[in-house]
Design a protein around this ligand. Structure first.
Ligand SMILES: [Zn+2]
Length: 428
């Protein structure tokens, strides 16, 4: 089995498929820069060690319950040494250097979302200092999180503008740190696309909250403002309409699918982690807009609990994730909100009725092996009672019959034993 995880992971905002298009279609200078960026990982990994030694990620030690907002923005002065020269630390006045000040504000917007909405004290939940370096490299066309800090290029001004221009880039990159500290979703195939999607969801919430925009007002673009004036496109990705963010002679066409029927099977980009993330992105957009208000009011907490709860495995599929969001929606806000979540996933081709069947199966297996099993009944809403008793002719001979009936009719199932509700499931 292939190990997809490099020893030192670097998460870049410009996905490989975009850089490959530039390497194919760009001018000689653009091609050279794209290829240099694609092959630069080894350099970053060596520099990361320098960054860790130089800046550290110290944890402040104030009392529990108070946040540790501690930002430092450095400049690499167009070199590649990290972290570079300190330009602005926490509480200091604006510098007048747009890249420095935008980076400072984006780190702040990200910290504030996590603390004020989710009660999370920085990336690691333990007050990790937020460090950024701007003016990295010479017209460098990317931004990345290296596990300890953020790094921003200035862009070449022909394809990309400076990377601090879009605060969702900071939210996206720092969320890779949150995911690494919590669910640890593996960075390949569906768990990798979920990892990418979570960064877009929280990155977009950072931007929407900084702008004071409701879900209906937001543009749901990732990296709006990053593409230079001559490029045919509006952003890196669109959560509202995946696959429509750009279509350009140099960048190619946005390859993101918006539905499971268009899922892209590929070996590049670790199994299309920046491509298939369009599917869960669209689901989040549908939940947030379906619920109304701000994305961080209810959709955000449902996704945050799913990301940080114990149920999400590092190898979760889209369907595993979807099921957990429905469960969390139900426990946080009740069945009407859960139904919005279920419908959103159905709209992108993930039907929780299909997903749920093996969850039922596990629950029913335990029902059958418990002392309750001789007196267990299931109630299918609007259809009536069925006795769950495989050994009697009048009972349901196995749970799959009952599930088939429930799924066919779109009904909820309630399982009782000795008069008590022991399991409730839905098959919408
Ligand atoms: Zn990413």
């Amino acid at each position: 089995m292939r190990d997809h995880r490099p020893r030192q992971q670097v998460w870049s905002i410009v996905p490989p498929h975009m850089l490959e298009a530039i390497a194919q279609n760009g001018t000689p200078e653009q091609r050279q820069m794209a290829m240099a960026t694609l092959s630069a990982d080894l350099g970053f990994r060596a520099e990361r060690l320098v960054a860790e030694g130089a800046s550290g990620t110290s944890v402040a030690s104030a009392g529990a319950g108070s946040p540790h907002k501690n930002r430092s923005v450095f400049s690499a002065d167009n070199g590649t040494s990290l972290p570079g020269t300190l330009k602005r630390s926490e509480g200091a006045a604006a510098t007048g250097d747009a890249a420095v000040d935008e980076a400072y504000d984006g780190l702040g917007g990200t910290f504030d979302l996590y603390w004020e909405v989710f009660g999370r004290d920085s990336i690691d939940g333990n007050g990790m200092a937020l460090i950024a370096t701007v003016h990295y490299g010479n017209r460098y066309n990317n931004a990345f999180w290296n596990g300890s800090q953020m790094v921003f290029g200035d862009g070449d001004g022909v394809i990309f503008n400076r990377f601090t221009i879009a605060p969702d880039v900071e939210g996206h990159e720092l969320t890779h740190g949150v995911t690494g500290a919590t669910a640890g979703l593996e960075y390949h195939d569906q768990p990798g696309a979920l990892n990418e999607s979570l960064s877009d969801c929280f990155g977009s919430m950072v931007k929407q909250r900084m702008n004071g925009q409701t879900s209906a007002q937001a543009d749901w673009l990732i990296g709006q403002g990053l593409l230079a004036a001559g490029i045919h496109g509006v952003a890196l990705r669109s959560m509202k309409a995946p696959g429509t963010a750009y279509d350009d002679p140099t960048l190619g066409k946005d390859p993101q699918p918006d539905h499971m029927s268009r899922y892209v099977n590929t070996s590049s980009d670790n199994g299309g982690v920046h491509i298939n993330s369009g599917i869960p992105n669209k689901a989040f957009y549908l939940v947030a807009t379906g619920l109304g208000g701000n994305s961080w009011d209810r959709a955000g907490p449902i996704w945050y609990r799913t990301l940080t709860g114990s149920g999400l495995s590092a190898t979760a599929s889209f369907a595993d994730f979807a099921k957990l969001t429905a469960d969390n929606a139900n426990s946080l806000y009740g069945s009407a909100v859960r139904d919005v979540v279920v419908q959103a996933w159905r709209d992108v081709g993930i039907d929780l009725a299909t997903v749920a069947s093996w969850y039922y199966d596990k629950a029913v297996l335990s029902t059958f092996t418990s002392p309750h099993s001789m007196n267990a009944w299931a109630y299918i809403e609007d259809l009536g009672w069925r006795k769950i008793q495989p050994l009697t002719p009048d009972g349901v001979t196995n749970m799959f019959d009952l599930l088939t009936e429930a799924q066919a009719s779109g009904r909820k199932v309630h399982v009782y034993a000795d008069g008590s509700l022991i399991y409730q499931a839905y098959s919408v």
